[in-house]
Design a binder for this molecule. Structure first.
Ligand SMILES: Nc1ncnc2c1ncn2[C@@H]1O[C@H](COP(=O)(O)OP(=O)(O)O)[C@@H](O)[C@H]1O
Ligand SMILES: [Mg+2]
Length: 362
């Protein structure tokens, strides 16, 4: 969908190229994150794709067409663009901002209105916000408007330059997850610039790690980069929590779950004690068929039928699509030192530190 071939950019008067010689292929429908330290040429690269900046040499193609052969204003209408500063027009309402490109394209009024209504909903804004001005919105809401505006004319390609950089961490995580969901539904090709490696590996289907001068250090699936950093630079850039980040990308369902120390409430106390002995633990999980009721400590298991005990809640119940990072957190914060996994069909099993670690041990 997007192809860069030996792309170079030297700004007038600069001593070193901002981008030395970058070649990169971005297949259709991928979510590619460009990540690297400040000043490594991420923004310059992005802006060369929609010709806000002209390359000094090299070739850039979008959809098989050389971008230098397309009128810049036409090119920009066919590529959505979102930046950190949002760039909303302050004296235009939310509705007018979102409608920018459709208006330039001369769509009829009712089509524009219908499209704005659809987009407002799609990015999770309230309909009554359509008449507000950007200054009357929170940072997160402004970013949503920015995304809606970029999607307005349904462009196949979306360029995003640190789009969630200015919002606080909680809103940011929210926007990241929502946007990833939106991307899954819309099937756009996305190029997403960030300096945050966590954001890069969480969002990207492929991650391009750039060094100063736009030098491509590694371009691969996030799991692969975290498992096998191609260079010292990449390893250092990934930082100290590489293992945790890898766990963040793996679902609980990829681990081998064990049934663990559980008994059915219809069992007798003797059987419950036997299960605890076998697993060398001082608690037991109680099941009612497939339904996980909770757990009871060994001290409460005497002659009382299990059914009459008051089981304690497992504070975290993991779902199969939760990450192993979340699972690890559940394990280390729980009294029982396990994470229990429950799906739509009921209890699926549990995992402990060993199980989690096995998933990232080569
Ligand atoms: N318009 C410009 N004129 C001169 N130098 C620039 C211009 N824009 C960026 N640069 C320089 O090019 C390099 C790459 O910048 P940029 O692409 O903005 O990096 P990033 O987005 O990765 O932080 C930096 O050294 C920056 O100072
Ligand atoms: Mg930048």
């Amino acid at each position: 969908m997007i192809r860069l071939e030996s792309v170079r950019k030297v700004f007038p008067g600069a001593t070193a190229p901002a981008v030395t010689s970058l070649s990169l292929e971005i297949p259709e429908g991928e979510f590619v994150t460009l990540v690297g330290p400040s000043g490594c040429g991420k923004t310059t690269t992005l802006k060369m794709i929609n010709r806000i900046i002209e390359p000094t040499s090299g070739t850039i193609e979008v959809g098989g067409q050389d971008v230098l052969s397309i009128e810049p204003h036409l090119l920009r209408r066919s590529i959505g663009y979102v930046i950190q500063q949002v760039g909303l027009l302050p004296h235009r309402t939310v509705e007018q901002n979102i409608a920018t490109v459709p208006r330039l394209l001369g769509w009829p009024r009712d089509r524009i209105e219908a499209r704005v209504a659809e987009l407002v909903e799609m990015v999770g804004l309230e309909h009554e916000m359509r008449d507000r001005y950007p200054a009357e919105l929170s940072g997160g809401q402004q970013q949503r408007v920015g995304v809606a505006r970029a999607l307005a004319a349904d462009p196949p390609v979306l360029l995003m330059d640190e789009p969630f950089g200015a919002v606080d961490p909680i809103v940011r995580e929210h926007l990241q997850m929502e946007f990833k969901d939106l991307w899954r539904r819309l099937g756009k090709t996305v190029v997403f610039v960030t300096h945050d490696i966590d954001e890069a590996v969480r969002m990207g289907t492929r991650v391009a790690i750039l060094n100063i001068g736009g030098v491509l250090e590694q371009y691969d699936r996030p799991e692969e980069i975290l498992a096998n950093p191609a260079s010292e630079f990449v390893a250092r850039f990934l930082g100290e929590e590489r293992g945790l980040r890898r766990l963040g990308l793996l679902p609980v369902s990829s681990a081998t779950l064990e049934r663990g120390p559980v008994v059915d409430v219809s069992a007798g106390p003797t059987e419950a004690r036997a299960v605890m002995d076998r697993h060398e633990v001082d608690w037991v999980g109680l099941l009612d068929g497939n339904r996980l009721l909770g757990w009871v400590p060994a001290s409460e298991i005497g002659s009382t039928p299990l059914r009459d005990l008051e089981p304690r809640e497992f504070l975290v119940r993991l779902r199969p699509d939760d990450s192993l990072r979340r699972a690890l957190d559940a394990v280390v914060t729980s009294r029982t030192r396990v994470g229990v996994v429950v799906g739509d069909e009921g209890y699926l099993g549990m995992l402990d530190v060993e199980t989690v670690a096995e998933e990232i041990t080569e």
